[in-house]
Design a protein around this ligand. Sequence first.
Ligand code: CS2
Length: 498
Amino acid sequence: MTGTLNSLSDRTLTDVPATVGKPAYDRSQLKTGIIHLGIGAFHRAHQAVYTENILQDDPSWGITGVSLRSPDTRDALAPQDYLYSVAVRDGAGEKLHVIGCLTDILVAPENPEAVLQAMCQPDIRIVTLTVTEKGYCYAPSSRTLDESNSDIIHDLKHPHAPRSAPGFLVEAIRRRHASGLQPFTVLSCDNLPANGETLKRVTVRLAALTNPELGRFIAEHVAFPSSMIDRIVPATTDQDRASVSRALNVKDQWPVCTEPFSQWVIEDHFPSGRPSWEKSGASFVRDVAAFELMKLRLLNGSHSTLAYLGFLAGHETVSATMAAAGFKTFIRAMMDEEITPTLPALPDFDLSTYKDQLIERFCNPALHHRTAQIAMDGSQKLPQRLLNTIHNRLLAGQSFDRLALGVAAWMRFVTGKDEHGQVIDIRDPLRDQLLRATAGLTTTQDILSALLAFDSIFAPEFTQNAHFKSVILQQLETLLTNGAAKTVQNFKPASTKT
Ligand code: CS2
């Protein structure tokens, strides 16, 4: 029973058992140095934790979170003095930490002006983002601003009351510049290739469309370091809320659940200063690109492949998928044979241990990471997770059957019906267009052609490549004929088929 428990707050922290980690600093002394756009579970289990661990040394880096959409996180955390807990779980059990680094949460659609004012405080030196791929309002195939995106159209008309993440950045940078304040550093923490550079490109373009001088100022004077971030953070469930609250002995309405593993590799370019995140385990490097590619292709590429194939095979979670016949062998072979050869060398980094860890992480029985959650927003994820790897393989004249099966599984998924004819609840910004494009199609060739026509996903190097099309077609045919479970279990790459 959690109904009788007090709510988590500064006052009730004393009710929390001594085994639970708690803020090791005086929260009343915190200043806000970071604005974070996209205050979802991932941020609270990752960057917020790295920040929490340095606040004892330097309390100037408290975080004000901004939700660009729903008020849920603010509504849950405001009554808790913005305290929440992180439950770190694996087969061995659970460790809990109460995190205190959030100083406030603002809800952008309710009051965009309050967000802009917060971003323009002199103490703000960094704006971090986890707004997911679609929050960048770009075309994933070309990584340029999508000027037909409805939020971008809105922000071009109303730059002083924006809706999009790039819109908030442009207006806040303009105001700071106009009032003589130093610009903040913008740190993307989303799973995009060259995430800093990509965010810079869309932000500069958005600014330049209405104010070329501002576009130039941003291009020349605002730092957008790239970063590679990694921690698996499944969506929190009611069951998680109840069990965490019981263990805390106070009611936490908004905990996050995650795995022990955590990694953050950051390009060290912060002209306005930064926290010593290296003291919490982050690595600062000159160039993140090789780490980003490794993570996007090996972790996220495998994750999406497991999500679509696992979902189609009837598995609710990644760990259940990994336990099913053939999946572990298939995904490890995809990593070793098809992805690894496309990765730039990372001196002093043991890739095979990294891959062993990935397999172990995907098998974590305590995480309950739903295949349907990872399957979301595939139109935004496919290029950097699977297609760019295939592109490298094509250029090198190498096979890519397993990666192609991953793409085919996405195609099968977005037709909107599962292998038993049940409707799939597709969540994707292109959902309606994808369903419309494939409705009523019966042949594999027609489904393939309809989906390849989405040019924000498939760049011309794919749609104009007959070999690419024939390999995908073959995998899609096998998948439609045999179903996902059998296809994976009996998988033989074409090159070894007899
Ligand atoms: C996942 C990622 O939901 C997804 O698409 O692949 O969120 C993944 O869990 C993280 O990138 C891990 O760092």
